[in-house]
Design a protein around this ligand. Structure first.
Ligand SMILES: C[S@@+](CC[C@H](N)C(=O)[O-])C[C@H]1O[C@@H](n2cnc3c(N)ncnc32)[C@H](O)[C@@H]1O
Ligand SMILES: [Zn+2]
Length: 410
């Protein structure tokens, strides 16, 4: 295999370091030996990187019948120097690729595999380590990427997003979408732009590294005319136009740790009356968990144990707060009755049920955004306190650390 350094792609100028055959590159094969990814080919018009290969293929097909080799080559060169041609070819390729990966969302496919392949496609050619420096705001890029890899959560949000776009499509010429807290691979923004030509997306991201990486991905997919990335704080951002679709997944279970409630507080009022916010609602549920179970499982439930987390609760958790576009929470303030609870030491467990859109929900062991978390203060439910008048009160500002929440008995 020929190894070349610092060759640049004739189409968009990317650096190409390892050349493979057309076939290798089209299939994403690896070069034997150094395990370096093949990232370009030598074509009749020069070196072409892997991301631009669909553009070359498109041009080659368009000039298939042009006659002499010289004529064909001239035609291909003309096309690949035309930014509109390049944009259309790259976008169409991305759309086909995503459609192929996502297939029929209603089918019970191997979602883990699908999400991993989506990630590989979107991140192609970019190393997340190069975006992981600088002052830290929000989540660092690697942790934000880990959210995407929670496949139940991600696939349900994609389902919800497609449903919302379909609902908005009728009777609208354009769909103005904002995704607040898009992360480094801005999955929802890209999928929305590829899914519907009407969608104009603005992605907000507070972490500088993630925002920089998001911009690179948009450039690579030639979606600059459809998706804009703004490095800002979504709890303060004012959108220049009314919003039709607000999407945000900046949450942790019980609406703790992350600023979902504050982001909705700022952005939901900017959504038009017949627009959609996604998630439609987030319920915070609280219940008592006995000390014996906590010492068994640790202060936060581990992933495999939290599936159907309610088995650890002394009784079915109750809803203590619900965030919707018309109920923007400043505090979570709820009471759980101690009636019928056996005397003993308890922690309050918090979990979320997320109504994404339509009948799509994320709950229980689906994800870290829904599974139970445990503020560490023990409550002593004394003998026969477990009667009528006593309540456990749990009160906190959304976004606070789980550890800082102190429930009380009233
Ligand atoms: C849980 S990650 C989710 C990323 C992506 N939306 C997804 O679902 O895969 C949340 C993202 O929101 C960002 N974020 C947190 N607070 C923010 C704020 N106030 N304004 C904008 N972005 C914020 C974080 O940096 C992080 O990238
Ligand atoms: Zn290229």
């Amino acid at each position: 295999m020929v190894k070349l350094n610092n060759k640049t792609c004739v189409i968009r100028g990317e650096e190409v370091r390892y050349l493979g055959s057309f076939d290798d590159v089209a299939r994403g094969r690896y070069v034997n030996g150094g395990f370096e990814t093949v990232d370009g080919v030598r074509s009749m018009v020069g070196v072409v990187c892997k991301d631009c290969l669909p553009v070359l293929n498109c041009a080659v097909n368009a000039h298939f019948l042009d006659g002499s080799e010289k004529k064909k080559r001239a035609g291909i060169l003309r096309d690949i120097r035309d930014p509109a041609f390049v944009t259309a070819a790259v976008q169409n390729h991305a759309r086909r690729r995503v459609e192929m990966l996502l297939g029929d969302l209603e089918n019970d496919t191997d979602w883990e595999q699908v999400v991993r392949e989506l990630k590989t496609f979107l991140m192609h050619g970019l190393d997340i380590n190069n975006f992981d420096e600088g002052p830290e705001h929000g989540l660092d890029p690697k942790r934000a990427l880990a959210c995407m890899l929670e496949e139940q959560r991600t696939m349900k949000f994609i389902k919800g997003l497609y449903g919302a776009l379909e609902a908005l499509d009728e009777g609208r010429e354009d769909i103005e979408m904002v995704d607040a807290g898009c992360g480094p691979v801005l999955l929802f923004g890209i999928l929305a732009a590829l899914r519907s030509d009407k969608t104009m997306v603005t992605c907000l991201e507070i972490n500088e590294g993630s925002a920089r990486m998001a911009v690179k991905i948009i450039e690579r997919l030639r979606l600059e005319n459809r998706v804009k990335v703004v490095n800002c704080d979504a709890t303060k951002y004012q959108h220049p136009r009314p919003i039709d679709l607000l999407v945000s997944e900046t949450m942790y279970s019980g609406l703790t740790e992350e600023p979902q409630a504050q982001i909705f507080g700022n952005l939901a009022p900017q959504v038009v009356d017949d627009g959609i916010v996604m998630p439609e609602s987030i319920s915070v549920e609280a219940g008592l968990v006995s000390k014996a179970l906590v010492s068994l499982h640790g202060s936060r439930f581990a992933m495999p144990q939290m599936a159907e987390g309610c088995v650890y609760f002394a009784h079915e958790p109750v809803e203590v707060a619900r965030l919707t576009r018309s109920n923007l929470l400043k505090t979570v303030d709820g009471r759980i009755s101690t009636q019928g609870v056996r005397p003993g030491e308890y922690l309050v467990g918090l979990r979320s049920k997320i109504h994404v859109h339509g009948n799509v929900t994320v709950s229980g062991g689906d994800s870290r955004i829904s599974a139970p978390v445990l503020p560490p203060t023990y409550l002593r439910i004394a003998d026969r306190i477990a009667d009528t008048e006593n309540n456990v009160r749990v009160r906190y500002t959304p976004g606070v650390a789980v550890e800082s929440i102190v429930p009380t008995i009233e």
